[in-house]
Design a protein around this ligand. Structure first.
Ligand code: FDP
Length: 352
């Protein structure tokens, strides 16, 4: 079967946005190569496998591949004239482009290697990215320039480094899949206009946190687990890869719902996942595929960030299930203290 490639698709996009995506895709090829080489990755005796032995800005153990992936992304974006600056999960503050800070019209935000705590186990990981307009183009971007809700994204995507490397992109007109040809390093266009089915019998959540969940989530999951003996009157299946990109890609291909809700495990944190480079880009892609993405009490794309590394509750996937969960949040009998837990409240602390 003959496939067109990424360049052919980019040629039909807005040229500056296309240029940002081209550079991001090039970085993902390098990261993919390093991931696929596992313990033998690295050059000149410098392995890129294993832990760095330090914690990053998130308070998480940094892997050498996190650092390498971050470098690949920064190197690619520094060469892109459309990008004025970028922010990474791995760095506390944004980076101003060395050459294009006052000319670039866009900002990029990314998690260079999501799910990296899985890398030693050879489980799929990925890169997630978001492209925002630079609202003050002409001036060097400050941290404030990045504080935009996900609704403003002009493009978003992820690369999944699994058995095959897949790139999923949207510029606001639907979802495209590209598959990396490891021989030619070319991204081949493998699916267009992907839509997520509205119904599903598959959910993904880390049930070891069950005792910390809010009541609507307790209700939703217990009803799924009760299966055909409970109020849903049908059986559900559960999946948990513990690698968000892999979970989202499963939902893209066969439907499902993914939940990392607010919990009381660490009350200072309003969720586990980060808004700007995990939740927002994935929410944008979900909506582009006809699915839904919420915190429980509002659409994820409407959350206005307070800080770069802000965390947020995430409930995304097949629309029938997400709407049902939202219904549980609005049901007065569930007694959720929405007002105490708004996104811009005393209970929301900056990272970690
Ligand atoms: P990781 O820390 O390995 O980068 O980004 C956070 C994340 O992975 C997600 O990819 C994943 O869905 C989640 O954490 C896994 O959380 P648990 O450890 O609670 O399973």
């Amino acid at each position: 079967m003959n496939h067109t490639d990424l360049e052919a698709w980019l040629a039909a996009q807005q040229p500056a946005v296309a240029d940002v995506l081209r550079h991001l895709a090039q970085a993902c090829v390098k990261i993919s190569r390093a991931c696929s080489r596992g313990a033998i990755a690295g050059e000149g005796g410098q392995s890129t496998h294993g832990a760095v032995g330090e914690v990053n800005v998130q308070g998480e153990n940094q892997q050498k591949l996190d650092v390498y992936s971050d470098e690949c992304m920064a190197e690619a974006l520094a060469q892109c004239s459309a990008v004025a600056g970028w922010a990474s999960e791995e760095l506390e503050h944004p980076t101003v482009s060395p050459n294009h800070a006052t000319t670039g019209r866009y900002l990029a935000v990314f998690d260079p290697l999501d799910g990296s705590s899985n890398i030693d186990a050879n489980i799929s990981v990925g890169t997630i990215f978001s492209v925002l307009p630079h609202m003050f183009a002409g001036a060097e971007p400050t941290e404030a320039a990045f504080m935009q809700p996900g609704r403003r994204q002009v493009a978003a995507g992820y690369a999944l480094y699994g058995p095959a490397t897949v790139l999923v992109l949207s510029t606001g007109s639907g979802i495209e899949f590209f598959t990396l040809d490891p021989v030619s390093s070319n991204w081949l266009h493998t699916r267009s206009g992907v839509q997520i089915r509205t119904t599903t019998s598959e959910f993904a959540i880390n049930t070891s946190n069950q005792r910390f969940w809010e009541k609507p989530i307790q209700r939703y999951v217990s009803e799924c687990v009760a299966g055909d003996t409970g109020p849903r009157a049908r059986n559900f299946n559960m999946r948990w890869v513990a690698s968000m990109v892999a979970e989202v890609h499963r939902i893209m291909t066969r439907g499902g719902v993914f939940l990392y809700p607010r919990d009381t495990k660490e009350p200072r944190k309003p969720g586990r996942l980060r808004l700007m480079y995990e939740a927002s880009p994935m929410a944008y892609l979900m909506e582009q595929a006809g699915a839904k993405a919420v915190t429980g009490t509002m659409d994820l794309l409407d959350v206005v960030p307070d800080t770069l590394h802000q965390r947020v509750p995430v409930i995304i996937g097949s629309s029938d299930e997400v709407e049902r969960i939202v219904g549980y949040y609005t049901d007065p009998s569930e007694n959720v203290s929405h007002q105490l837990f708004r996104h811009r409240s005393l209970f929301v602390q900056p990272h970690p």
